[in-house]
Ligand binder design. Structure first.
Ligand code: KIV
Ligand code: NA
Length: 275
């Protein structure tokens, strides 16, 4: 399994870090077999798996339940679990207790938290307790209500300056990597140059040290909205739809199950049956 220092080494050697989300056993297994560097049990879970319209409704129990399943499918991949909405903005002790619970119950290697400002103290607290922390800046979906929706961040010089400073502060606070979401690629370049730890972009251009995508977006699995920055690497929704439609038709018409999908009793046993 790779470690946080391996990721810093990869950045030094200009080797990109690959990350994707997973929320269950089969997906995690596919990802590990494909050689993904890092898996994220994202709270995007709320939207792509649980059918909520934001990440706000996702709970600690949800993250732990799916974190455990993901761990079982990818026992040898660096696993990051999102701390869900509202679980790291109370006291530092409460934030630490929540992070410890996630680490101990899921077997994750790191947790991820969104934002800088007050969250810098959380990054420091968790890191000094031995918990690797991935930061997350730019578009931070847990604050979408405050940001006024899901919009590109850091487009003005002033906003960009603040993001660069925040990223540096996250690194100083001890973050082992930073996810940068929905920011201009030129800003991603500036932030990546300013840091020793790797930046992992999503909608942040090729200038990030690594990339992360939501599994359900990259293989087009589901009926949810897919953002502009996603490339469709597969479209599994089509064969799934076609397969289910054919199943329904064949059951209705009696084509399925055929004899080859059925169990057969020996003729002599059948003859001894009454009725
Ligand atoms: O929850 C999630 O999937 C994430 C990624 C978009 C980075 O936080
Ligand atoms: Na998330």
């Amino acid at each position: 399994m790779k470690t946080t220092s391996n990721f810093v080494e990869m950045k030094k050697k200009e080797e990109k870090v690959t990350m994707m989300t997973a929320y269950d056993y089969p997906t995690a297994k596919f990802a590990e077999d494909a050689g993904i560097d890092m898996l994220l049990v994202g709270d995007s879970l709320g939207m792509v798996v649980l059918g909520y319209d934001s990440t706000v409704l996702v709970t600690m129990d949800d993250m732990i339940h799916h974190g455990k399943a993901t761990r079982r499918g990818a026992p040898n991949t660096f696993l990051v679990v999102d701390m869900p909405f509202g679980t790291y903005h109370g006291s530092l002790d409460q934030s630490l207790a929540n992070a410890v619970k996630i680490m101990q119950q899921t077997g994750a290697q790191a947790v991820k938290v969104e934002g800088a400002d007050d969250v810098l103290l959380v990054i420091e607290k968790l890191t000094s307790a031995g918990i690797p922390v991935v930061a997350h800046l730019g578009l931070t979906p847990q604050s979408a209500g405050v940001l006024g929706g899901y919009k590109v961040q850091g487009k003005t010089a002033e906003a960009a300056e603040k993001l660069i400073e925040d990223a540096k502060k996250c690194e100083q606070a001890g973050a082992c990597a930073i996810v940068l979401e929905c920011i201009p690629h030129q800003l991603t370049a500036k932030i990546s140059e300013a840091l020793i730890i790797p930046t992992i972009g999503i909608g942040a251009g090729v200038t990030a040290d690594g990339q992360v995508l939501v599994f359900h977006d990259l293989v087009k699995y589901g009926k949810h909205h897919i953002p502009k920055f996603v490339k469709e690497f597969a479209n599994v929704g089509e064969p799934i739809t076609a397969g289910i439609q054919q199943y329904v038709e064949e059951v209705k018409s009696g084509v399925f199950p055929a004899l080859e999908h059925s169990f057969t009793m020996k003729e002599e046993q059948l003859n001894q049956l009454y009725g």
